[in-house]
Write a protein that binds this ligand. Sequence first.
Ligand SMILES: Cc1ncc(COP(=O)(O)O)c(C=O)c1O
Length: 454
Amino acid sequence: MTLVRQTATDPARLVPGPADAPATTSDLRPRRPRPARRRLGTATGPLPELPPHRELVRRELAAYAQRIRLAALVREHGSPLFLLDVDRVATQLLALRRELPDAAIHFATKSLPHPSVIRAVHGFGASFEVASRGEIDLLEREGVPIGRCLHTHPVKSVADITGAYLRGIRTFVVDSPSEVAKFAGLPTHDVGVLVRLSFPNPDAKSDLSSKFGVAPEDAAALVERCLRFRLTVRGFTFHVGSQTTSAAPWVRAIETTLRLMRSLEARHGLRFELLDLGGGFPVGYDEPVPTLAELARGIRPALAAVPAHVGVVIEPGRFVAAPAMTLVTRVIGTNDRADGRWHHLDEGLYGAYSNIPAEDVHALLFAAAELGVQPVGDDAAERAARRVLTRMRVPVTLAGPTCDSVDVVARHLPLPPLADGDLLVSPMMGAYTWATATGFNGIARTPVVEVSPA
Ligand SMILES: Cc1ncc(COP(=O)(O)O)c(C=O)c1O
């Protein structure tokens, strides 16, 4: 019998569910109601319902695990292990170029600052957004022309600004009068700025306007201050929120920004060059999300109003990075407690799953047995027994390896029976995972191994 969580308001209550019911990965945060499953319809009536999201992901991951020889990689490199597939970086960039052909891509370095990813993005012909000296160091080491990169951090020290300028950065972001003043020591005729606008989006996983950005109605005063400091205002930038699942926030932001640009161009005789739409393009973790094609279909009509002299920029992070890494973790201890069975893993919230508490982002977790990865024995009886086992579900708590009680990856997660040594696999683990992992409790960052699917 499968157990699934019944409602968002009663997260701990478990009821019997179908064998392929979608699993959830954590009760750490209150969750929004899930969207209804998508049905395909025709003029003559509805088509059969698609398998649930988790089952679709499981099938794809099972096939992928065979193609990258996941079991052999874990035998060779141990666990935990990140499996990095840079072809997926190129695939995602290609999709962005296809769906938003007029937008110059500046990959958000922070999402996965791995040298191989940087090389893949550079090799594709895309550029980068950076936010720190360390990110510029990394790009420089990989031979990226720094002059084409955008420095997008709205609040920097004077030393950071000067250092970035000396290394080639010519476009910075500002969102406040005090930030503008920090450029006074530079040859300002040689420096361009983008003004960061705020467009709050509480529905996004990370509302990036809650910390940065000037309200559109206050932006004219900031532009005028930039002009007084003789800075070239190249245009505007915003971020509609990470993991944004509808085109509407982009459309609203584009329309408002274009109105602002037109009025400032008329008032000051300016000619803006750039409209930077930021990142925010979503990936499917434990819930399906609209495809990029669907989102772009909503965004493109708004972009049609961008004047020819204004170039469009996007700064995708998660969309490019998340699919590029798969995480393998292992059960290192099992306990039966008052609230049920606990499995302790060799990865957790202070490591690869850090975006659970940070962003309420929940990658799916699959027992390797569900993917046909484990066991690898040939015995037919064992395989038959395993087939039965993988249809059973036991609600378990998955704990991370640190001593902190908050380090719990998932509660009441229905999984096939697990034992110490068994592997678990999470797809979509490239964005804000390896990059944000800490070394808490002396636990080293999980190593990355590159894979090339057969
Ligand atoms: C300025 C800026 N651009 C782009 C991104 C990438 O956003 P996402 O990963 O949602 O695409 C971020 C993320 O924090 C950001 O701060």
